[in-house]
Every structure is written in structure tokens, then in C-alpha cells.
Design a protein around this ligand. Structure first.
Ligand code: TRP
Length: 384
């Protein structure tokens, strides 16, 4: 989806995203009404991400609930392109996936797309770099606290040999003009990229149950193709639940980017860096001077510290509404709001880092090489 004001594709997300427009253009459904209520009930203390529309769009979530109610169950699939160090925006979707796993007790498959990040030429990563980042990112994901008995992290370059027969069955069903129109491939695109969609689709076929994919809506083009080919191959169409993007620290117009480290907070930023980034670089909806701010108040809608608190860091509904109204009235200053965020983010990162230390000894419980992954779906595998 490319608009004058924003771009949302699997390779690029920039500008002020119009989420309602994406629902229309991508042909997905808003998470609203009884379906939203149902999800809130199940999520319990983490339901605020539904109430606040962080999970805002879906495909077939109603069918997932049906399968769940009937005791058929379903499985979760998500992934990460290991192109560099992970920032808070990247890790949030893994925390969301963990919350879903906690409540539904579902298997989670996590794909590390080292192949994809090597093929994306604009990134100019060497193969060795993609391998290094895959190891680094796997540890971050392992730190999130998934159930080790129900979670399978795997790296594409290790998986594909074992999954190749099924990958071929997918690839033969996707023609070039579909891939070209869905992904915008051109004559300059390398041929690896045009094959890659088959690889990103494969984990959605790991079990003969419905697959629910939590992801940013930028990944939806893959699921659209998956939904065309899954049933003829004897599998379920993938269901999806889409989350909004955490805005860049420097403002919704900006783009989180590793070439501009102030736009994001990385999981390995130390406390001092976190404070500096938030106090110096976080885009504020406040007024230019304290006097003016007291008089006119701030604008929480464009204020990034407020948005970060709203989307993730302040789960308490009463508290977030207090903050909103105090900020709007000018009673709360930009500095106060930033203090709140600094405290929340440093606490979150401190806890994440502690879990990461512990996870070092546990990575092997999550990380499956291709052979083990194949064991997981061997029975289904031969039938397709
Ligand atoms: N393509 C995604 C990225 O660039 C990684 C990914 C693979 C993914 N499979 C996924 C993301 C499933 C969400 C859900 O980061």
C-alpha cells in the first residue's frame, strides 16, 4: 500500500499510517464488536491492547475462536527478519504473541528469515552478518518467556532443506504476475526475492490446524497469497491478527531506522542512553514554553511519549486517561510525561535484559534445527 502520505509494504513502513485505509485496501476486518469483546475476555489483564486498538485488524479470527471452542485448537506463527539489533517496536509483537500463547496454550512457531534479509539488496548485508544477527535476535526472542515446550524458533537457512518438498508445492502455485503485483517486484528484483514468499508461507502449514499469525499489517501480502493456495494443498487458510506500529521516537512522520539510532530504543541501550533519547529526541505534543503549556496544554495525539505509554507501557486504563487529561489541560508538562516513560522503559528493558541472561542457557530449548522441526509436522508433511 503506497499513499502520498505513507507507505506500508513488507519492505518499507514510513509516514503517518492511516489504519482504516489499510483495512479497506488490504481487505481485512476491523477488530470490533463481539469479536473484540471475546478477545478482551480471553486476554484478561493484557486486554488493553485490544481496547486501545493496538490489535486493530484481522482475518478469520472468528474461525479461530470457533476451532478453539470446538477443542480443535490452533497454532500461532510469527517471525523476525534478522537485519540488525532489535528495538522496542520489534520485540513488542513477540510479547503480544506470548500473551496469546499464555491464554490459548497454543504452539508458537517463530521464523528467523536470515535468507530474506540477505536477499534484500537495499540492506547490503553480507551472509555472515545475517547469521550473526540471527543468533543475536534469537536470544532476544528467547528472552520473551515463551513456553519452551510449545515454542519452536528456527532459522530459514537451516530449515529449508527439510521443508523443501512442501516449499515446492507452494512455489508451483504462485505465479509470477501475482507475486509481482502483490510485492511490486520489478525487472531489477533478484530472483531469490521472487521465490522467498514460498518460504515465508511455509510455517503457516506446519500443522493441519488453523494458523493464527500475529504480525504488523505490512506482512499481510504474504497471508493473502497463503490464503489462495492453502486449501488446494489440504491445509487451512491462515488467520491473522494485525498490530499497529509503535511510532518512531522522533515523531510519527519519521521512520525507525538503524542509521538514525535516535529514532528507536534498542534492547541493548543502557539506561543513560534511554534517558538521553527520550529527553532529547522524543517528539513532544507540548508547547514551546512552560507558560504557554500551562495555558494551552499539550496534544497527546501527536506526542510520542504519550503514544508509547498508551500502546504498551501503561496498561492501567484509569491511569492512562488521567495522564491524557492532565497533559491536555497543561497540568502535566512534557518533562513529566517523559519522566513517566523513562521509568517504564528502563524497567521494561532491565527485566528483559535479565531474562536474556537467563535465556542464554535456554536457547537450545527453543531453537530447533530443520530436522527437529520436521519431526514436528512429519505426519502431516507426507500427505500434502
Ligand atoms: N518478513 C518479516 C520481517 O521482515 C519476518 C517474518 C517472517 C514474519 N515470518 C513472519 C513476521 C510472520 C510476522 C509474521 O521482519
Amino acid at each position: 500500500m503506497v499513499d502520498k502520505k505513507f507507505v506500508v509494504t513488507p519492505w518499507e513502513v514510513t509516514g503517518e499510517v492511516d489504519y482504516e485505509r489499510l483495512i479497506r485496501d488490504f481487505g481485512t476486518q476491523p477488530i470490533a464488536g463481539p469479536l473484540a469483546k471475546r478477545l478482551e475476555e480471553i486476554l484478561g489483564d493484557s486486554a488493553y491492547i485490544v481496547r486501545r486498538q493496538v490489535f486493530f485488524s484481522h482475518r478469520d479470527l472468528n474461525l479461530v475462536f470457533e476451532d478453539y471452542n470446538k477443542g480443535k485448537g490452533f497454532f500461532l506463527y510469527t517471525g523476525r527478519g534478522p537485519s540488525g539489533p532489535m528495538h522496542i517496536g520489534h520485540i513488542l509483537s513477540f510479547y503480544f504473541t506470548k500473551w496469546l500463547q499464555d491464554k490459548f496454550h497454543a504452539n508458537v512457531y517463530i521464523q528467523m528469515t536470515d535468507d530474506e534479509k540477505f536477499l534484500e539488496e537495499k540492506r547490503s548485508l553480507t551472509y555472515e552478518e545475517t547469521q550473526k544477527w540471527a543468533q543475536d535476535n534469537i536470544l532476544e526472542v528467547a528472552a520473551v518467556g515463551f513456553d519452551p515446550d510449545k515454542t519452536f524458533i528456527f532459522q530459514d537457512t537451516e530449515l529449508v532443506g527439510h521443508a523443501y518438498p512442501l516449499i515446492l508445492k507452494i512455489a508451483r502455485r504462485v505465479n509470477y504476475s501475482t507475486a509481482k503485483s502483490v510485492f511490486g517486484f520489478t525487472g531489477e528484483t533478484n530472483i531469490g526475492m521472487s521465490f522467498y514468499p514460498a518460504i515465508q508461507i511455509i510455517p503457516s502449514l506446519f500443522e493441519k490446524k488453523r494458523c493464527l499469525i500475529p504480525s504488523g499489517i505490512d506482512q499481510d501480502p504474504y497471508w493473502r497469497i497463503q490464503r489462495d493456495i492453502a486449501e488446494p494443498l489440504g491445509y487451512h487458510k491462515a488467520a491473522a491478527i494485525h498490530s499497529k506500529f509503535l511510532p518512531p521516537l522522533t515523531g510519527i512522520q519519521d521512520k525507525m531506522s538503524s542509521s538514525k539510532p535516535e529514532t528507536a530504543i534498542y534492547l541493548n541501550d543502557d539506561d543513560k542512553t534511554v534517558r538521553n533519547k527520550i529527553y532529547r529526541h522524543a517528539f513532544s505534543g507540548g508547547q514551546a514554553s512552560v507558560e504557554e503549556h500551562r495555558k494551552l496544554g499539550g496534544n497527546p495525539d501527536i506526542d510520542v511519549p504519550f503514544q508509547w505509554l498508551y500502546m504498551f507501557f501503561e496498561p492501567n486504563d484509569k491511569r492512562i486517561e488521567e495522564i491524557r487529561s492532565e497533559y491536555k489541560s497543561g497540568q502535566m508538562l512534557t518533562g513529566d510525561l517523559k519522566d513517566l516513560l523513562v521509568e517504564k522503559v528502563t524497567k521494561f528493558l532491565g527485566e528483559h535484559r535479565e531474562r536474556r541472561e537467563k535465556a542464554k542457557a535456554q536457547v537450545h530449548l527453543f531453537k530447533k534445527d530443520g530436522a527437529l522441526a520436521r519431526e514436528m509436522w512429519k505426519r502431516d508433511f507426507s500427505k500434502s
